[in-house]
Structures are given as C-alpha cells and as structure tokens.
Design a protein around this ligand. Structure first.
Ligand SMILES: O=C(O)c1cccc(C(=O)CC[C@H]2O[C@@H](n3cnc4c(=O)[nH]cnc43)[C@H](O)[C@@H]2O)c1
Length: 214
C-alpha cells in the first residue's frame, strides 16, 4: 500500500457499526454502510469503489463478529490476515468441498500486507489470523467444531469480509478486516451477545484507524 495514497474507506454492515467507527475515527476516514451478508457487502462495496472520485488507499471491512474463544474473547479485537468464505462450496457425504477445490474460483483473499503491518502496529492487542465469512451465523457445537477443524487458524467469524475483499480485489484496492468480538462462535446464545461492548471496542479501535500513518 503506497503511503499517503488517498483516504481509508471503512465499510460496516449496519448503522450502529458505522456510528461506532465515526465516534472513534471522526472525519479521518470515510465510512459507509453496506448491509448484512456477503452478497450485499460485495455489491455495495463494488458500487462505492466504482462511483467515487477518491482513490482509496484501502478498504476495511469493520464490525462486530464472533470470536473463536481460544484466540479472542468477547470485547476483544480480531484482524484478518486473510478472509475466507467458509461455506462457499459443496457439501458431500465425506466432507465440505470448498469452491476452489471444485475449480470455480477462490474462497480466500489475503489482507494487504502493508495495511496489516500498520493495523497490527496500531492495534497490538488484536488477535491476528484468518477471519471467516459465513452466510449463516454459526450456532451449533457441531458447526463450530467443523469450522475449527477446517480452519484451525481462524480467530473470528463475520458475514461481510469476503464480499468486501472480492469487491476490493476486483477494484485493485488493498483490503483489511477488523472485527470487534460480540460473542463466542458456538451454540447460539443470543442472551450472551455483548453487542454494546463490541461496539465500544470498535470505537476505540477506530480511533487508531484514523491515525494510521499516511
Ligand atoms: O442469532 C440471533 O438471534 C442474532 C442476534 C443478533 C445478531 C445476529 C447476527 O447474526 C448478527 C450478524 C451480524 O453481526 C456480525 N456477527 C456478529 N457475530 C457473528 C458471528 O458469531 N458469526 C457471524 N457474524 C457475526 C455479522 O458480520 C453480521 O453483520 C444474530
């Protein structure tokens, strides 16, 4: 990522996440709401990147997410070294077959190395690793075990990162993903979600985004 080449674009699924980013970063970054899930995220991010006069230095998918508890707890932060579409492929009696194994494209995008260096310098307490993108929030012990087995370095789960990464790759814009952890990936426990705590962590992290060196 060339230093000083434009502004950061931060994209979030919902308004509450946008508000949390703005509360931390202020006017130092551009923030847009792209909707929940990979399809809306990809389409909205692609439209943003195609219709702006700004040459963005990077686009960051930011929001709340589920954490794999051995790596990051509720209220913590996760930074994607890569984004993987964890349920894009085919089910078979033996195992899940990722789309790339079927020969139909990619299921992973690496985060931009220079952006990642800046982000980990700015957010040293964040857990860095694979962040999974799913179309259905994991909600069972069996589903959690399957993901851990398939992606042992996964630190978090969200629903937009791979969509944003796809749009970024097609536009030639560096990509990153930041998740503030609202819940543990595991059996669905809606009462256990700490969305407020995650949004507060997102605001604190966004203050660092605003200061990323030009
Ligand atoms: O299961 C529920 O009742 C429920 C209640 C509130 C929110 C949800 C979501 O599915 C939110 C999805 C939304 O938040 C991100 N997110 C947060 N935690 C996770 C997760 O464990 N796995 C995947 N995505 C998560 C996601 O990026 C969406 O934008 C469900």
């Amino acid at each position: 990522m060339p230093a000083g080449a434009g502004r950061l674009l931060v994209v979030t699924a919902v308004d509450a996440e946008r508000d949390a980013v703005v509360a931390g970063a202020g006017e130092l970054v551009d923030v847009a709401v792209i909707g929940v899930g990979p399809a809306s995220a990809a389409a909205a991010t692609a439209r943003l990147l195609a219709t702006t006069d700004t040459r963005y230095r990077a686009v960051i998918s930011a929001g709340i997410g589920g954490g794999f508890s051995e790596h990051v707890g509720v209220g913590g932060l996760a930074l994607a070294t890569r984004s993987i579409a964890a349920d894009l492929g085919a089910e078979s009696p033996e195992r899940f077959l990722p789309l790339d194994e079927l020969g139909f494209g990619t299921v992973r995008y690496e985060a931009d190395a220079d952006l990642m260096r800046r982000l980990t310098d700015a957010l040293p307490d964040a857990a860095a690793g694979t962040v999974l993108t799913v179309s259905t929030t994991t909600g069972t012990a069996a589903g959690t075990a399957a993901l851990r087995d398939r992606y042992p370095d996964a630190v978090a789960e969200g629903m937009e990162g791979f969509g944003v990464a796809t749009a970024a790759a097609q536009a030639g814009v560096p990509f990153g993903e930041l998740r503030a952890i609202s819940n543990a990936v595991g059996p669905r426990d809606r009462a256990g979600w700490r969305i407020g705590d995650a949004l507060a962590a997102l605001t604190r992290a966004s203050a660092a985004l605003g200061k990323l060196e030009a």
